[in-house]
Write a protein that binds this ligand. Structure first.
Ligand SMILES: NC(=O)c1ccc[n+]([C@@H]2O[C@H](COP(=O)([O-])OP(=O)(O)OC[C@H]3O[C@@H](n4cnc5c(N)ncnc54)[C@H](O)[C@@H]3O)[C@@H](O)[C@H]2O)c1
Length: 254
């Protein structure tokens, strides 16, 4: 079950954290993985890990917020069976403490970046008879989390784009779903703690772990397992849905 043999999977932000976890699992299941990364060295390191383990992968340096670059790269890949819109950046702030520059930065990467990849991949998928799209949303798309104004906006947009795309391309055999993780232990979280709570890293890590009722953060592998299901043929009946992978965060936090 869950073979991705013969499929080409484009994974944005595959050089770190969740994207790295998804890239490794997809390659282990037989996919030819294309890592689209701003940080080409990080992407290269993941490709090396994959190739050493017997898989197939390549890295493509690209900023997903630049539409012309994304279109030209995706056209050169040509056959895209799976797109994982994973590249994303964080921001801490409220509506009145988020600068215009920060709002634009979060929008350009998290919202416009995902749109650029949809814009570039969908025509190729249509030409090839279909495809699967998986977007990385977050629990903040549907739960009020303090001090995440711009980031929540961006993940709410991902949630809505998922529904829109799933509806529009039903007849083209393109499925589209999203995953909404609670906290996942990745460099994204470590960087956030180091930047915002210097000197209190250990306490904050424990505090953030306990906000999931199961008592820990997710691992990238926890997320990669459902990503594999949602991108494999076994989930062919599944489209237009969001899947919270949250250690009980949404429904058990009372
Ligand atoms: N870690 C969490 O707790 C968590 C929770 C919910 C959702 N998410 C979402 O999952 C996704 C991955 O998060 P992560 O924790 O693995 O992050 P991460 O910072 O570990 O990795 C993100 C990767 O995206 C790349 N990237 C950033 N901007 C880019 C751009 N403009 N073009 C191309 N690549 C770019 C980075 O170089 C990095 O390698 C993000 O969309 C994030 O919002 C993360």
């Amino acid at each position: 079950m869950f073979s991705l043999k013969g499929k080409t999977a484009v994974i944005t932000g595959g050089g770190s954290g969740i994207g790295r976890g998804i890239a490794k699992v997809f390659a282990a299941q037989g996919a030819d993985v294309k890592i689209v990364e701003l940080n080409q060295d990080a992407g290269l390191a993941v490709c090396k890990e994959i190739i050493e383990a017997g898989g197939s992968a390549s890295v493509h340096g690209c900023d997903v917020s630049k539409q012309a670059d994304v279109v030209s790269l995706f056209n050169s890949i040509a056959k895209i069976d799976i797109l994982v819109n994973n590249a994303g950046i964080a921001h801490v702030g409220r509506a009145d403490t988020t600068s215009e520059a920060d709002m634009d930065r979060i929008y350009n990467v998290n919202v416009k970046g995902a749109y650029n990849c949809l814009f570039a991949a969908i025509p190729l998928m249509k030409k090839n008879g279909g495809g699967v799209i998986l977007n990385l949303a977050s629990i903040v798309a549907i739960v009020g989390v303090a001090d995440r104004f711009a980031y929540s906006m961006s993940k709410g947009a991902i949630y809505a784009m998922t529904l829109s795309v799933a509806k529009d391309y039903l007849a083209d055999n393109i499925r589209c779903n999203s995953i909404s993780p609670a906290r996942v232990h990745t460099p994204f979280v470590d960087g956030f703690i180091a930047k915002n709570y210097p000197g209190q890293e250990k306490e904050m890590f424990e505090k953030l772990s306990k906000t999931q009722p199961v008592g820990r953060m997710a691992t990238p592998e926890d997320i990669a397992a459902i990503a594999l299901y949602l991108c494999a043929d076994e989930s062919s009946f599944v489209t237009g849905n969001d899947y919270p992978i949250d250690g009980g965060f949404i429904k058990l936090n009372s």
